[in-house]
Design a protein around this ligand. Sequence first.
Ligand code: OVM
Length: 407
Amino acid sequence: MDLVEGHYPIEAPAGVPEWDVDPFAPEILTDPIDYYTELRAKGPFAYIPKYSMLACGRYDEAKEVFSDHERFVSGRGVGLQDFKLEQPWRPPSIVLEVDPPYHTQNRRVLARVMATKAVQRLKEAFRIAADDLIDALLERGSFEGVGDLAEAFPVNVFSKAVGLADADRCKLVDYGAMVFNGIGPDNAIRQASMAKVPTIVPWITEQCRRENLSDDGIGAEIYAAADTGEITEDEAGMLIRSLLSAGIDTTVTGLGSALWCFANNPGELERLKVDPKLARPAFEETLRFTSPIHSFCRTAGVDTEVGGVSIVEGTKILCVLGAANLDESHWTDAGKFDIQRRTLGHLAFGIGIHGCVGQNLARAEGEAVLGAIARKVGRIELDGEPVWRPNNSIRALDRLPLRFHTA
Ligand code: OVM
């Protein structure tokens, strides 16, 4: 049987409408809202003939598929390729792209080194770095929101927290883009990213080695788990690779989108300034409203059924988290950016055993930056048109020209 994007082709299940759309077309990736709306209107699932897969954009089904790791596995890849049938571009992640029981021991190590208490120790450094950065940008007035803030901040603080010897911003951001594009089909966007493999992958591998990490960071703590025999030395290196895969572009995107949200909603910035403690809920609402990771797949490991739809083993299901987080039947005024909304249950960090293990660290970064803005910035002005950077699984800005005005 011929494969489609590295997975078994399927027929549309009974009752599921066919939809002749390319969810990975640049026009959709850079401006997805109408696509999200139409996907939800199709029903619990749509069948996408171009990729011979199902897509779900409603909250309930996206959540059901995403949280049931027994029926919907990750070990066959969370992109379009089925790792049972084709070899992926890099050795699979030992946390993202595996199932229990192997997943459990690896995740436990990451969960420990990024637990609330571990993150607590980093908060003061994050606050100081955010205050310094916002002061410097206020001094400059106009700046590039993506490069000068959204990328600069995580590259600085996350690299230090991990203990990287060399925080090459371009390589870290491009590696993340490669990992997230790698989850999509073999389109021009993916190919352009993959062209950088020969220069970036060896550099990343080098950064993951024990001798290249500081002895007081998260990286060293992961290697400590190899010393006690909890994991092997190679597994420790692979878990560092996961940090560098998932920890930069996601937070870059969340911070960039937060700036975009506030530039477009000056009334919400006013509310944040009145009560800077809203920095944390404001970051959470940014995640719900913009969904930095717009979609991830699961693979049906068994014949099953969801929302009355029969799903055959081997089916790839595109869970469109961006659409679920804007589902009007779950969220009141879903399309409104409201920093005081109850955001509990949003799917931006995923859910279940694969839910983002770094989410407390990500929140601490968002809180530090938005807190500094709340206390220091009077007004945020768009200083040109925002430009989006199409990516097969993240909804990222490419450029965001901004001007900060003092209070
Ligand atoms: C990993 C990995 C890569 C991308 C995303 C992710 C959102 C994890 O390499 O483990 O989680």
